[in-house]
Design a protein around this ligand. Sequence first.
Ligand code: 5GP
Length: 107
Amino acid sequence: MPSIFTKIINGEIPCYKIAEDEDNFAFLDINPNSKGHTLCVPKKEVDKLSDLDEESYTKLMAFSRKVGKAIEASVPCKRVGMTVIGLEVPHVHVHLIPLHTMKNATF
Ligand code: 5GP
């Protein structure tokens, strides 16, 4: 059965799309840690980061860095944190989370 992220990529489940290229897709997290929290997902469904082939891994990281830079330029924040968790959805994804000081926190 396709993962929930494959359904999002295929347009079967709605999302707020941020970016896509040939291999990867970025959209806002439905339950964000902060405003602008984005997920970057390879279009090819692979469970864990360690299962990705080298080329797909490199492309996902490059795509995520590019999307992270765009978020940093458009969402007021100290920096954008980049992490891989994967406890909930078995389709590898990078979390991009705008981080704030307590002074300018928006959440
Ligand atoms: P993880 O697998 O890294 O532990 O967490 C999965 C992330 O995917 C969570 O932050 C969760 O809010 C997000 N998520 C789960 N289902 C959906 C969905 O249907 N749409 C969107 N946009 N995000 C989702």
